[in-house]
Structures are given as structure tokens and as C-alpha cells.
Design a protein around this ligand. Structure first.
Ligand code: HSE
Length: 322
């Protein structure tokens, strides 16, 4: 049954890899995008916020295309849609903006037609579009996720993030596309480096599951992608090396970058020192960056009630950052 009143969905940003878990680990973050979708006579796409500049507002829009793929999969025809979107998630910075758009579109479109697809189907579709399950899994399910993808089907396990875990991100002004950041990776790695990463990814997952924040420092090291990506983000190598001396439990490139992410224990109260260190190192390299303190977001994409007569943008006012 199609909901004539439409649906509204709130989706968290995400960070992928968390150091060693390349294309495997993800964590949802307390930074959000909102998508509203309604049946319409003629397609209209309204994009709000600075992040949305340059994004198409015709039927080539990603949200529209993803919604149509849900309708096709469910055998429903709904060619005209009114879509509204606002996002606080910066584009092409390694914080899962495209994953949040894909997940938001899948969840909204599915809800709009009475939820014929289940979560597992949505996860498979999201992963097929994004090509790796880490960001989409975190945005869909929330918390920390560890996932595998066999090219058709994705499996995951969600872990509740430790309560004292806090996240500092330093978001450089420049954009870095995932494809560019993947081109620099080697096609083959040594057995020694593979073991290095498997052991740390396993330790990270177990540390998250058991709340052992003290293990994060060793568990966040990586040899599969960060060393090769370091030249793309000047200052990154030093931040990864020295962040723990400035109060971080561990640091990593967020997804494919260029955002750098530090995990902290909120009880330690060394946040200002760490923030200053990140900004200073990047600025020494001529990189302007803004820092944001975030929390792991325990909830994945959620459907919100639409209040009658309240405009989309007014309804999320007070929740948005800028
Ligand atoms: N795991 C992916 C990568 C995340 O590091 O390339 C990018 O979205």
C-alpha cells in the first residue's frame, strides 16, 4: 500500500575501515541527513543546505534512481516523486555521504510502498550500489558493524559501541574521491601485512564488543591502505603516529579520506589538546580543516512521523547543525 502522506527518514553519517578493517568495519556517527519522499504528479526534487550544491534535481538524482530500483525490485510503479533532502554530512570527505543518501533513499522508498523488502534485502541493494558494506551497513543498522560481501549478498554483525567512546573528526576543506583513493592501493599484499591487518581487525572487533578501550591503540593500526593513501592527505602520517600522545585512543583515516578520525575516552578530558594537535599538523601542511566532536550513533536509519501542515525544512529545524 502506497503512503500518500509520504515518509521521512533520518540517516546517520558513518566512518569506514577504522584503521585495519578495510571494506569491513564501519561505525555510525551523530551527524545526519534527512530525506522525505512523497508520491507526486510530476517529479520535484528539493535539496537544502550548502552540502547539496551541484547535485542534480532531475530524474538523474541518486535518491530518485535508488527509489526507482526499490520499486522495480518490489514490482511497483511509482514514476513521479516529490523528494526533499537536507544533509549535514560533508560530501566526498570520507564520512559516508553517498552511503547515507543510498540508505535513506532505500529505506524511504521501501516504507513509502508498505515495506515489502526486508532489512537484509535493503542491505544487499545498498552494498551492490556502494560496492562495499562498511558505510552502508553502519548507516542502515547504526552502532559498529563488521560485514562481509560476496558480490551478491552481505552479512553483518552489529556491535553496541562502548559508552565512553567519543569521536573527533578533522575534516579538510578539500575533497578526495573514493575512486582516486582506491587507485593508489596495491593489487597484492604480503602474507605478513595480511596477517598484520587480520589480527588487528579481529582485536578491534573484540575490543569494541567487550568495551576494552585500552586495546584500541594496537588494534587501530593498518598496513593495507593508510600507508598508500598518506601522500594524498599531507600531515596524515604524523597524525596517525602521534595522536595517541595527545590523548587519542587511536586514529585513522575515515573511510577513503581525507577526513581524519580520532577515537577518545570521554572520561579522559584531553579533547582540547587533541583538537589543537590535529588542526596544527594539518595547518602546517597548508590544509584548512574543521573539527567536530561526534558520538557513535547507536541507531541506524529511522523513519520519522510527518506532522501534517509542517514543511520538511521547518520540521528538522533545531536538529540540524548549520
Ligand atoms: N572502505 C572504503 C575505502 C570506504 O576505504 O575505500 C570508502 O567509502
Amino acid at each position: 500500500m502506497i503512503s500518500e502522506a509520504g515518509v521521512r527518514v533520518k540517516v546517520p553519517a558513518s566512518t569506514a575501515n577504522l584503521g585495519p578493517g578495510f571494506d569491513t568495519l564501519g561505525m555510525a556517527l551523530s551527524l545526519y541527513a534527512w530525506i522525505e519522499m512523497k508520491p507526486a504528479k510530476e517529479t520535484e526534487i528539493h535539496l537544502y543546505g550548502d552540502q547539496m550544491k551541484g547535485i542534480p534535481t532531475n530524474k538523474s538524482n541518486l535518491i530518485y534512481e535508488v527509489a526507482q530500483s526499490v520499486f522495480r525490485e518490489a514490482g511497483v510503479s511509482l514514476p513521479e516523486l516529490e523528494i526533499s533532502m537536507y544533509s549535514d554530512i560533508p560530501l566526498t570527505r570520507g564520512l559516508g555521504s553517498s552511503a547515507s543518501a543510498i540508505v535513506g533513499a532505500l529505506v524511504a522508498a521501501n516504507e513509502l510502498i508498505g515495506s515489502p523488502l526486508n532489512q537484509a534485502q535493503l542491505f544487499d541493494m545498498a552494498t551492490a550500489l556502494e560496492k562495499h558494506p562498511d558505510n552502508v551497513g553502519a548507516s542502515l543498522f547504526g552502532g559498529v558493524i563488521t560485514a562481509v560481501w560476496d558480490g551478491t549478498h552481505a552479512e553483518y554483525l552489529r556491535i553496541e559501541p562502548p559508552i565512553d567512546l567519543e569521536v573527533l573528526v578533522a575534516i579538510p576543506e578539500f575533497q578526495l574521491s573514493t575512486s582516486k583513493a582506491r587507485q593508489v592501493l596495491p593489487e597484492q599484499v604480503s602474507l605478513e601485512d595480511a596477517v598484520f591487518n587480520i589480527s588487528r581487525t579481529s582485536l578491534f572487533t573484540a575490543a569494541m564488543a567487550s568495551g576494552r578501550l585500552d586495546l584500541i591503540r594496537s588494534a587501530m593500526q593498518d598496513r593495507l591502505h593508510q600507508p598508500f593513501r598518506a601522500p594524498l592527505v599531507p600531515g596524515m602520517a604524523r597524525i596517525l603516529e602521534e595522536a595517541t600522545a595527545h590523548g587519542a585512543l587511536g586514529a585513522a583515516l575515515s573511510g577513503a579520506g581525507p577526513t581524519l578520525l580520532a577515537l577518545t575516552d570521554r572520561r579522559e578530558q584531553r579533547g582540547m589538546e587533541l583538537e589543537r594537535f590535529l588542526i596544527e599538523v594539518l595547518s602546517e601542511q597548508g590544509i584548512k580543516a574543521r573539527t567536530i566532536w561526534l558520538n557513535p550513533c547507536t541507531q541506524g536509519a529511522q523513519t520519522l512521523t510527518i506532522e501534517k501542515g509542517v514543511k520538511f525544512i521547518d520540521s528538522i529545524e533545531g536538529e540540524v547543525r548549520s
